[in-house]
Ligand binder design. Structure first.
Ligand SMILES: O=P(O)(O)OC[C@H]1O[C@H](OP(=O)(O)OP(=O)(O)O)[C@H](O)[C@@H]1O
Ligand SMILES: Nc1nc2[nH]cnc2c(=O)[nH]1
Length: 183
């Protein structure tokens, strides 16, 4: 998708494709170092994390397994309902595994704090989080996050996996929406 196709819908570009890519290089190097010699299972949280999962995993030299979960707490709106539903569970048994959750964003923290607790109850060796974005000013619960791409302001963002009413996920950058889009 070309930026010009949705240029009228965007108020601002917060992070460019280049900025996302170079931060992912750093995160992957750190993850490679931290998990050297250990088993690693990447868990992607559908749908938003598809870009992070694909781009981060390809930068790792470490051999990984990958699995997916689908949870939803947002529906089609811009506020978390706080009620997390599992739409698709993992296929993998987590007993004794080192799990790294790949996420696009931690906003209120409600989704990830629920998910970490849920996965920890399945007997893994460890559960950690790698997220591309985090909104420190939006936190409703504390979530212990090992790898963060960028801390961003408390605004609703789209692109790089993140949608508004299922649109804009395939933008290669992160932007904010113009007010008329919500109207
Ligand atoms: O910290 P929180 O306030 O809980 O928000 C974060 C969650 O919201 C988004 O998912 P969403 O429910 O929009 O589903 P999607 O990934 O399918 O778009 C995002 O992918 C996180 O999972
Ligand atoms: N698209 C989108 N989804 C979210 N889910 C939680 N926060 C956000 C956000 O800022 N944008």
């Amino acid at each position: 998708m070309d930026q010009s196709d949705v240029a009228g819908d965007l108020a601002d570009i917060l992070l460019t494709e280049e900025q996302l890519g170079s931060r992912l290089d750093e995160m992957a190097a750190q993850i490679d170092a931290d998990y050297a010699g250990k088993d690693l299972l990447l868990v992607g949280v559908l749908k938003g994390a598809v870009m992070v999962m694909a781009d981060l995993s390809r930068r790792l030299h470490h051999p990984v397994s990958m699995d997916w979960m689908a949870v939803s707490s947002y529906g089609s709106g811009t506020k978390s309902s706080g009620v997390v539903r599992i739409l698709k569970d993992l296929d993998t048994d987590l007993s004794g595994r080192n799990v790294l959750i790949a996420e696009d964003i931690i906003d209120s923290g409600l989704t990830l704090s629920w998910l970490v607790q849920n996965l920890r109850s399945r007997g893994p060796e460890s559960v950690e989080i790698a997220t591309m974005l985090r909104k420190p000013d939006a936190a409703k619960v504390e979530v212990d996050v090992k790898y963060v791409g960028f801390d961003i302001p408390n605004e609703f963002v789209v692109g790089y996996g993140l949608d508004y009413a299922e649109k804009y996920r395939n933008l290669p950058f992160i932007g904010t929406l113009a007010p008329h889009v919500y109207a």
